[in-house]
Design a protein around this ligand. Structure first.
Ligand code: NAP
Length: 465
């Protein structure tokens, strides 16, 4: 009885900590605390479960623990921050497989040992298995595309959507039949095979550029599968955790789609990134103006206001600490420095916030797109560091551009624009950027960390700093 009381208390406190953790993650100031709360919640949930009377021996659990840790711990250290989307895809695949296997085991166990599952239990079990297996292969495919083990381009063929939708409908029909006739064991393997196949087919037509949004959607499926597992295993904690996971994943996908001005249907069926029909793509080679670090440092040092626009290139170069030094050097000279944060800059939501927080840049200097855009016309220098798509004016001006309609940072409205990047390569969307050819734009070619380091040196070494 005392053990049962402890378990229930651990589950209750664990659930509350999950909710507080998610709440904490909504702001950079409280994110670390939120993460700690969520971890503590998970620890309580695991300890509570291990104490359940159904757990009669620990040997298999210990084997799984060491096996899981042997995979999980190195991944946490080896995979860089820029690879977080594919790392997340991989962990979804593992979680979803676990959930699907439990669903399968519970089905056969229920039939062999009784009592046979009720309609409600059977519905939860089928949802868990279907979503679990589907998410497993879809997440592995997403991982492969992002890690570039598989081709990034969408692969399409005639009648693809029809094939996919028919397969899904067939799975739903079998599922409904099984819910009504749980004893039809011959049909259950279809509940494994169809979703495994559907997961692959669902990702094939989606391009690498849309993978982060899809991963967030798969996160939501894995959460729903876990919530269904909660009903099967009669675990309120799993239902709560799964529901939180499912809803936050869905909200995140909606936010990301909005920030890219895409609809869900367009992300899932649009084959984005397949053929570039943008007028920018057929433009002849044009010249750009480049500047030396000395010239750039002189302009920056003489400015009243500078807005730094970080992007994926800053993350790749790990230039955030150098950017902090630049911020210090400029503010020391009395320059007003702010950071413009686009919601999908980088490769995952909050990517720039995390990096800049790591470099201890004051949070109040980080401004969201809506807050900073009206300030660009009054800004002396917009300094773009490894950002590309999120600054591309084609999103406002070129209806033929694949990113037309995507809200962007209006850096082209600043008095002077400086862009740090290594060459003229396009960004994630694979399209040229009109910004680089403007008269007011100066290109600073090189690795972001090296160039920002040069700027800091020039600013500090000319006697004004
Ligand atoms: P981006 O458009 O991908 O451009 C990054 C730029 O960084 C490239 O043009 C590249 O040019 C430069 N670069 C790469 N390595 C560099 C280095 N070491 N030093 C300096 N520059 C470097 O990045 P973004 O402007 O941040 O836009 C993000 C894109 O990802 C958007 O298209 C967005 O829709 C997409 N996306 C984001 C999310 C999210 O959640 N954040 C989710 C889904 C999709 P060079 O190679 O010439 O240097």
């Amino acid at each position: 009885m005392t053990a049962e009381l402890f378990i229930q208390a651990a589950y209750l406190v664990g659930s509350v900590l999950f909710i507080l953790g998610l709440r904490g993650l909504s702001s950079p100031t409280t994110a670390r605390r939120g993460m700690f709360q969520a971890e503590l919640g998970m620890l309580l949930a695991v300890v509570g479960t291990l104490l359940r009377f159904e757990v009669v021996s620990y040997q298999w659990i210990l084997i799984a623990f060491f096996l899981g840790s042997a995979i999980g711990v190195p991944i946490a250290y080896i995979m860089p921050m820029t690879a977080v989307p594919q790392r997340t895809a991989f962990s979804h695949a593992c979680g979803a497989l676990a959930s699907a296997l439990i669903g399968t085991a519970e089905y056969y166990k229920g039939l062999r040992q009784g009592p046979a599952p009720t309609t409600v239990e059977m519905t939860a079990l089928i949802v868990e298995t279907l979503l679990g297996f589907l998410t497993f292969t879809a997440s592995l495919m997403a991982f492969g595309k992002l890690q570039e083990v598989l081709p990034q381009r969408p692969i399409t063929y005639k009648g693809q959507n029809l094939v996919n939708i028919s397969l899904l409908l067939f799975a739903v029909l079998v599922a409904v039949y099984l819910v009504l006739h749980p004893g039809e064991t011959r049909l259950f393997p279809l509940m494994i095979g169809i979703p495994l196949l559907f997961g692959v087919l669902m990702i094939v037509p989606i391009g690498g550029a849309d993978m982060p949004t899809v991963i967030s959607l798969l996160n939501s499926y894995a959460g729903l599968s876990a919530a269904a597992m909660g009903f099967v295993l009669n675990s309120k904690l799993l239902i709560i955790a799964g529901a939180l996971d499912g809803s936050s994943g869905l909200i995140l996908s909606v936010i990301m789609s909005k920030a890219m001005n895409r609809s869900f249907t367009n992300v899932l069926f649009g084959a984005f990134g397949q053929v570039q029909t943008s007028s920018a793509a057929v433009k002849e080679a044009r010249t750009v103006r480049s500047a030396t670090p000395e010239e750039a440092a002189a302009i920056l040092g003489a400015a009243n206001s500078v807005v730094i626009v970080p992007g994926y290139g800053m993350a790749v170069a790990q230039a955030q600490h150098k950017v902090r030094e630049l911020y210090d050097a400029l503010t020391k000279r009395g320059v007003d420095v702010k950071f413009a944060i686009h919601p999908v800059a980088g490769r995952m939501p909050g990517h720039m916030n995390v990096l800049l927080a790591e470099a201890d840049i004051p949070y109040d200097k980080l401004l969201d797109m809506d807050a900073i855009n009206p300030e660009f016309p009054y800004t002396d220098v917009a300094l773009v560091i490894g950002a590309n798509d999120v600054t591309n004016p084609a999103a406002r001006t070129d209806p033929a551009s694949p990113i037309y309609g995507m809200p962007i940072l209006d850096v082209d409205k600043a008095r002077t624009v400086m862009v740090i990047k290594r060459g003229m390569s396009p960004g994630f969307a694979g399209i040229d950027n009109e910004l680089y050819y403007l008269d007011k734009t100066l290109m600073l070619f090189g690795d972001a960390k090296a160039v920002v380091g040069d700027l800091v040196r020039k600013l500090g070494g000319d006697g004004h700093g």
